[in-house]
Design a protein around this ligand. Structure first.
Ligand code: F6R
Length: 366
């Protein structure tokens, strides 16, 4: 059942090239420049003309929502708000009929997300679900939706569901941007083929497993970790920190790298491992300066970089090189080494990786 892997989590991490491809199958046809997110068909006008997109979710799914905020705003130029379902449902939010609400949930059973949907529905908004479990409560409560088709996720820590959620949301953003005319045809076509190339790049990132296992050995006894990234990699930093916390019980914080100097920098000393996601993108130079700031305070630097990087390599204690991709698609690749890092550290600490203490796979109580 674990397909030869020691844990479901490791199996599911390794399934990602296939689960991402499964998610895109029948939707994306880059050769012919076609992209159809079927679930959107009946609501495409509402989506295209939305005054605002509100994304609501919890945990890892909320992190996928943050990536989507960057995607929707960049490509479709519609304002986006990303809301923790538990806060959204109780704070008397302003919701209008022109709002397009996207609820993201692997299980489709998360109580707070379901309640947020009911609230938004009662205000007349259109609700679209991005769920993994077919026929789940959230899938049924929404007006329309697209399944992530990642296959069953057994490990409590979400991995392949996260990348499948981002895949669906990326397709939605590209489709929306193209139809609204905010994304040029040339760029659209280019992004479609870049998206199609992602599973092979994830496959390549998985080959870093042994290197990451070695790095894990050196940091398994750390008491704290900091994860830093900017732009599309900021949500990846949050996700990397969450993965580590939930399965290894090491305290970790994810932060936008530039926010470090507004507080967390005080934590940095020679005992503090800092994971940077520093791929070659529009914020690369800025991240490089943030790395220098950590280096100057003797923090230990583990950096996820783009293949061929030189500047970060010169400073970091460890570099993990992943294939290059368009920056909007990088989270699909850059999260993989972080999943592996948390996995190996947790295993080395003797933790129950698939069923961490105090956690349940679906949170059906608020
Ligand atoms: C983290 C994790 C949780 C879930 C959260 C939402 O690895 O699994 O943070 O992401 O409980 O669950 P779903 O997506 O089922 O609504």
């Amino acid at each position: 059942e674990k397909g030869g892997y020691e844990h479901f989590m490791l199996k599911e991490i390794n399934e990602q090239p296939r689960s991402i491809a499964d998610c895109m199958r029948g939707r994306l046809d880059a050769q012919n420049g076609r992209l159809i997110v079927g679930g959107l068909r009946d609501y495409i006008n509402k989506f295209q003309n939305a005054d605002r997109i509100i994304i609501t979710a919890c945990g890892t799914s909320w992190h996928a929502g943050l990536v989507a905020e960057y995607l929707f705003e960049e490509f479709a130029r519609i304002p986006v708000e990303v809301e923790y379902a538990s806060e959204f449902r109780y704070r008397n939010p302003v919701i209008n009929e022109g709002d397009f609400v996207i609820a993201i949930s692997q299980s489709g059973e998360t109580a707070d997300t379901l309640a947020a949907i009911e609230l938004a529905k009662s205000k007349g908004a259109t609700i679209f679900g991005v769920c993994n479990v077919v026929g789940s409560s959230i899938a049924r409560a929404t007006h329309a939706g697209s399944y992530t088709h990642a296959g069953p996720e057994i490990g409590v820590a979400s991995t392949k569901a996260f990348t499948a959620q981002i895949s669906v949301l990326t397709m939605m953003a590209l489709m929306l941007g193209y139809q609204r005319g905010t994304l040029s045809e040339t760029k659209y076509i280019q992004l479609l083929s870049e998206l199609e190339a992602i599973p092979a790049k994830v496959e390549k990132a998985l080959k870093l497993n042994e290197q990451i296992e070695k790095i894990s050995e050196q940091y398994k006894d750390a008491r704290n970790f900091l994860y830093l990234g900017r732009g599309y990699n900021f949500p990846v930093a949050l996700e990397g920190a969450l993965k580590l916390k939930e399965i290894s019980y090491i305290h970790a914080e994810g932060y936008p790298a530039a926010e470090m100097k507004h507080g967390p920098i005080a934590l940095i000393d020679e005992e503090m491992p800092v994971v940077f996601i520093a791929t070659k993108d529009s914020s690369y130079e800025k991240v490089v300066s943030n790395i220098q700031e950590v280096k100057a305070r003797k923090g230990k630097i583990i950096a996820v970089v783009t293949e061929g990087d030189t500047s970060v390599k010169a400073m970091a204690d460890h570099v993990i090189e992943i294939p290059h991709a368009h920056e909007a698609l990088v989270p699909l690749i850059s999260v993989v080494p972080l999943q592996l890092l948390s996995y190996h550290i947790a295993v080395m600490r003797g933790c129950n990786v698939d069923q961490p203490r105090n956690l349940a796979k679906s949170v059906t109580v608020e």
